[in-house]
Design a binder for this molecule. Structure first.
Ligand SMILES: [Zn+2]
Length: 261
């Protein structure tokens, strides 16, 4: 706790002292351009890995970066999602899983969880599609590879769940929303993005994206996701950065990460 108190002081002395204008501007309202959905895991820090400033990301965090399907739970996720899209008019959503996710490991030992952590057990029911899909599709997968596969598939399952929300369906239908799947690798700080063309997670290659649109994309070795979901609106909506050339373009408008008005 002492460390946190010292941190508060340091924050005030260094950050606040040099960001008066930004903080004053933010006091009048927020205009985040991205809804970032990620795990509560302490090793995953959305503003750190995206190097964004306060006010730029609207964040939902919980164990396993899970969005319960519409009507399945009365937690905060649905309300926060609705607020992000309707009230804040956010048009980009990122679902970001991460390596070594404890929630995904929990899917592999549900019986023990039910006895020891019944609330976690209940929560992970919202990732049951992930567990079942992986069990049935990758019967020979085990160990670290199995966890990686759960992480990767769970991002896609939760993107599916997102689309059960009326506000999401409506925005997608109007072409006013894009949903992206990411995986953050704790070991090396690398982010892989879901690529519908290869049904795998790939390293975003900003230099060659514009030149090699949808072609010759090699999945990163060690994270192959033989993806079997049929072409659906999900994948249409997952039309990621492949036709763009910069990180800014990824997020739509040119002032994507500016904090204005
Ligand atoms: Zn996690």
């Amino acid at each position: 706790m002492k460390k946190l108190i010292r941190g508060l002081d340091k924050f005030k002395q260094s950050y606040v002292a040099t960001h008066h204008d930004l903080l004053e501007q933010l006091s009048h309202g927020q205009k985040p351009r991205v809804l970032f959905i990620c795990c509560s895991d302490s090793r995953v820090d959305p503003t750190l890995i995206t190097q964004t400033e306060v006010g730029e990301l609207f964040v939902i965090r919980n164990a396993g970066n899970i969005i319960p399907p519409y009507g399945a739970a009365n937690g905060g996720e649905g309300g926060t999602l609705e607020y992000a899209l309707q009230a804040l008019d956010i048009r980009q959503v990122i679902v970001c899983g991460h390596s070594h996710c404890g929630a995904m490991k929990g899917l592999l030992k549900l019986n023990k969880l039910q006895a020891d952590m019944p609330l976690v057990y209940d929560w992970l029911k919202h990732a049951e599609s992930t567990r079942r899909l992986v069990r049935d599709t990758y019967p020979h997968c085990e160990g670290d590879e199995l966890v990686e596969t759960l992480v990767a598939e769970n991002v896609l399952v939760q993107i599916d769940n997102l689309q059960t929300y009326p506000v999401v369906r409506s925005r997608l239908h109007q072409g006013k929303l894009k949903i992206y799947g990411w995986i953050y690798n704790i070991e090396n700080g690398e982010v892989l993005t879901y690529d519908e063309a290869t049904h795998s997670y790939i390293k975003p290659d900003y230099q060659s994206i514009a030149e090699s649109v949808l072609e010759d994309r090699n999945p990163i070795e060690g994270c192959p996701i033989p993806y079997t979901m049929p072409q659906t609106a999900l994948q249409t909506s997952l039309q990621t950065s492949l036709q763009t050339s910069s990180l800014q373009d990824w997020y739509g408008e040119t002032d994507t990460f500016s904090v204005s008005g």
